[in-house]
Design a protein around this ligand. Structure first.
Ligand code: PLP
Length: 452
């Protein structure tokens, strides 16, 4: 999958298929430390913001998945972060892919020597007819639906499709709820399935999505019990379902709990004997679980507004303290920090350098309230309205943000002509042998890496 000539990663990825043993680029070997070289090598625009993408984290998350949910095949939700190396790594590890559009499908089908279309689920219940036709042409058969019009379109454009009915479940315990837009309620499922039968369509199973960023994993139990009810409705109409898709929503810190809830519920509602007899396959569509913690973002302070006389810039609303200083950084809500608007995130900055010197969590310093702003000319472009940071941060200093892998790069724009921040890849760890300049930021980035 990687047509690169130099070997790397055998110690980091002992179980990887040999095809993956190549290097995406020279920055991989020393991982996060190489980020420093780019940032301070004296080339023009050396202050550019950049992601550090740690592919070993994606690998470790996959290992965690297979350990906790060995019977559920993950179909990675491409929308979450379509980074080409993440996709190649997951392809090499045998994952499937959840695609929402033709573009994503083509992206996956073009990986390496080609990914078999059976490893794709077209998991968008409301598709353009041209997209359904294209899926038929490329052999992508598995697709979701949740309404009657979708059935008519599929009957015309891809009559051999293997359909998965997406049902409505309780999404009230998630950061991003989807129920307002997608999912058939159980009351309409029997008539939808009857319509599918009448149209001679092959419905093979049930999917749901509890909402992205689910903070109460007990919700999966209820969703799986509803899926069971829909399996029974399918039987009543003459279908023998063979697929249960438990969707996405998995949060890194709650993953083991969610896995436990899901395993218990599946064993209760879909006993192992029945699964074996009827050949029921289990899949899921995890997105943020795989990539959220794999990316960090380093940004540069490109401008500062700090009143010389210490006056407050404006009268704060009652009960609110007014920031004493405003920092302007070179990525914002039109770029990577779109996750603030679209994904309800509140990214927290870590100070990497203070007046050009390494700043570690143990450095003593006086703190002051600061606001952080993106680089565009729009005032909505605010990364943090108020955060306590060490006193004395200057133009040229660096901040780091953790957990920037999910729903960030994928929705970043070039509004106002600002580039989307580039990714520098790492496989974790790193040595200093290739580092040519700037001990201070090397130490800062290393400290940053160790704190995660
Ligand atoms: N599947 C579908 C259909 C989705 O819409 C999404 C997110 O939007 C996902 C999976 C991934 O969800 P998550 O990142 O919460 O795992």
């Amino acid at each position: 999958l990687f047509p690169f000539d130099q070997p790397w990663g055998e110690d980091v990825f002992p179980d990887l298929p040999p095809l993956f043993r190549g290097r995406p680029d020279v920055h991989l070997r020393n991982g996060i430390l190489n980020a420093r070289v780019l940032a301070s090598s004296g080339v023009p625009d050396a202050e550019k913001a950049f992601f550090v993408g740690d592919l070993s984290v994606v690998y470790k998350q996959h290992m965690r998945w297979t350990r906790c949910l060995p019977d559920i095949q993950p179909f990675y939700a491409v929308k979450c972060n379509p980074d080409p190396y993440i996709l190649r790594l997951l392809a090499a590890l045998g994952a499937g892919f959840d695609c929402a559009s033709n573009g994503e499908i083509n992206n996956i089908l073009s990986i390496g020597g080609g990914i078999d279309p059976s490893r794709i689920i077209f998991a968008n219940p409301c598709k353009a007819t041209s997209f359904i036709r294209a899926a038929a042409r490329t052999g992508v058969d598995t697709m979701t639906f949740d309404n009657a019009d979708e059935l008519y379109k599929i009957a015309k454009a891809h009559p051999r499709a293997k359909l998965v009915i997406r049902i409505l479940t309780d999404d009230s315990k998630s950061l991003c709820a989807f129920g307002i837009k997608f999912g058939a309620s159980l009351s309409v499922v029997p008539s939808l399935l009857a319509k599918a039968k009448e149209l001679n369509l092959d419905v093979i199973g049930v999917s749901f999505h509890v909402g992205s960023g689910c903070y109460d994993p007990s919700i999966y139990r209820d969703a799986i019990s509803r899926a069971r009810a829909v399996f029974n409705m399918g039987r009543d109409v003459g279908y023998a379902f063979t697929l249960l898709d438990v969707g996405g929503g998995f949060e890194d810190r709650l993953f083991e709990t969610a896995a436990q809830v899901i395993t218990t519920a599946i064993n209760e509602f879909f006993p192992e004997d029945e699964r074996r007899q009827k050949g029921i396959n289990l899949i899921a569509e995890p997105g943020r679980f795989y990539v959220s913690t794999a990316f960090r973002l380093a940004v540069n302070v490109i401008a500062r507004r700090a009143p010389l006389d210490g006056r407050k810039a404006a009268t704060p609303p009652p009960g609110e303290e007014q920031p004493e200083v405003m920092y302007y950084i070179n990525d914002g809500v039109y770029g990577a920090f779109n996750c603030i608007l679209f994904d309800h995130q509140t990214p927290q900055p870590h100070v990497l350098t203070l007046q050009g010197n390494t700043y570690t969590s143990s450095s003593p310093s006086h703190q002051q309230l600061a606001s952080i702003w993106g680089p565009t000319c729009d005032s909505i472009d605010c990364v943090s309205k108020g955060v306590r940071l060490p006193y004395g941060i200057q133009v040229g200093d660096w901040f780091g943000f953790e957990n920037m892998g999910a729903y960030t790069v994928c929705a970043a724009s070039q509004f106002n002509g600002f580039d989307v921040s580039k990714v520098i890849y790492t496989v974790g760890g790193g040595s200093e042998e290739d580092v040519v300049v700037g001990e201070d930021i090397i130490a800062a980035l290393t400290d940053f890496a160790q704190r995660v």
